[in-house]
Ligand binder design. Structure first.
Ligand SMILES: [Fe+2]
Length: 441
């Protein structure tokens, strides 16, 4: 991994938990923005990262950040570490047994009346709307012991579709939890070897697994690497399509790649599945006889069209802009949709600016963020009574280098180029992290 100073700028951790009120606001917060933006990410318990690479950043302790809005005003900001055994060893010695050994620092979702913090394959935790850790995710039944950080919720049916990819047998497990929180599908998927799967996709009728070129190599741990993952030229990249309610998986070969994040997928017609992603031509590729990693390339928006009758997959880039952390109006997860919202990557080491891509017109709109600043993913919040897909707000945490603090910006999703309609100025940082959610009140 490239050497990165993890203890300065946007990545720098915070050292304490806070509750802040009376926050300064520029502009006008929409009256219908009622709820909470929650963002998850790594923040070491010591308040300081050890190491100088991204593999020293990803595994650190989960910290949630939340900013709450109500009737045109901002109520406050709060951050909390999740109460894991790792947390207890530092802050509550002797009480480790009352916490779970997990570190769900990837994502946050709400399903069937519960809020979950999600890990990369580890056990999720149930949290409260005040960011208190409530315990294990028992409602997730067979997936309470571990699942992806990127399950999909079908907002038409209320189903949660999930998987667990593991380095040990069974290598892949697939599940569906219905709108009442009942596990209705739980099945093992046969795999020849373990595969690093970070995300998945759903359509109305099928779910899609990504078995790609980044996989496990445990010899790396003995060579000083913190994660046993690397690019595998020898692996055949493929997409696995399974009926939503379980059944046989059909695998479709694609060109070598790494996909961290799915944009969306849908059934184009009875025989064609469209899968949109941001795709890397390669990722975590080793150089110098396996001692170090090459610099990762940028990811671009990419479309697969899977003909499930002929077995042929057409794939192609969509536009040249480098981007990551794609989001959509999640009411359309698994359905035909028009707009992609993502973080722009102006250089390989920057996540700065928001892109909106319109599939109908093929046009890009951009919210430009100045050099030195950094922003997290744009979370779409539909306006109350919205009648069009893009009638809503994009919420995004923006780190400001000049003040070493963060803003939370509210953009009109229909017109991001004109800048925020409202900006909440925090007197602290929200360090760069992973994913989050809008939890409507
Ligand atoms: Fe992710």
């Amino acid at each position: 991994m490239d050497e990165i100073d993890l203890n300065s700028g946007a990545l720098a951790p915070v050292t304490q938990e806070m509750d802040l009120i009376a926050l300064r606001v520029t502009g006008k917060i929409p009256d219908d923005l009622n709820g909470m933006l929650v963002r998850n990410g790594p923040n070491p318990l010591s308040g300081r990262f050890e190491g100088v690479g991204l593999d020293s950043w990803w595994p650190e302790a989960a910290m949630l950040h939340a900013i709450t809005f109500d009737s045109g005003r901002v109520v406050g900001y709060r951050n909390r570490w999740l109460r894991t055994q790792r947390w207890a060893r530092t802050y509550s010695p002797g009480n480790e047994s009352s916490c779970l050994e997990t570190n769900p620092n990837i994502n946050v979702i709400s399903h069937a009346g519960e809020i979950y913090a999600l890990a990369e394959g580890g056990a999720p935790l149930t949290i409260s709307a005040t960011l208190d850790t409530l315990g294990g995710a028992n409602q997730l039944a067979g997936f309470a012991a571990g699942m992806t950080g990127h399950p999909k919720i079908d907002h038409s049916t209320g189903e949660l579709v999930t998987f667990r990819a593991d380095w040990k047998q069974p290598y892949l497990r697939y599940g569906v939890i219905d709108n009442l929180g009942q596990l209705v599908v739980d099945t093992e998927i046969e795999m020849p070897s373990p595969s690093m799967m970070h995300d998945m996709a759903i359509t109305e009728t099928h779910s899609i697994f990504l078995d790609l070129n980044v996989g496990y190599d445990f010899s790396m741990l003995g060579r000083g690497h913190r994660l046993p993952l690397r690019w595998r030229d020898e692996h055949c990249a493929r997409l696995g399509v399974i009926p939503r309610q379980g059944g046989d998986v059909r695998w479709f070969e694609i060109s070598p790649c790494c996909i961290l994040h799915v944009v969306n997928a849908f059934n184009e017609d009875e025989k064609t599945i469209v899968l949109d992603v941001v795709r890397y031509p390669w990722f975590m590729r080793m150089i110098s006889c396996g001692e170090s990693f090459d610099a990762n390339p940028a990811a671009v928006l990419w479309r697969y069209r899977i003909d499930v009758t002929s077995g042929i997959v057409h794939e192609a880039p969509v536009c040249d802009y480098a981007m990551e952390f794609p989001r959509v109006n999640e009411k359309l997860t698994g359905r035909p949709y028009r707009y992609v919202y993502a973080v722009e990557q102006p250089t390989l080491v920057e996540l700065r600016g928001i892109i909106r891509y319109d599939w109908h017109s093929g046009t890009i709109a951009r919210y430009v963020v100045p050099p030195g600043d950094h922003n997290s993913e744009p979370v779409f919040v539909p306006r109350q009574g919205a009648e069009t897909e893009d009638d809503g707000w994009l919420l995004c945490c923006v780190y400001r280098q000049l003040t070493d603090t963060s803003d939370v910006v509210v953009l009109d999703a229909r017109n991001i180029a004109s800048g925020p309609v409202a900006t909440v100025h925090l007197p602290t940082r929200i360090p760069a992290g992973f994913h989050g959610a809008w939890l409507s009140s």
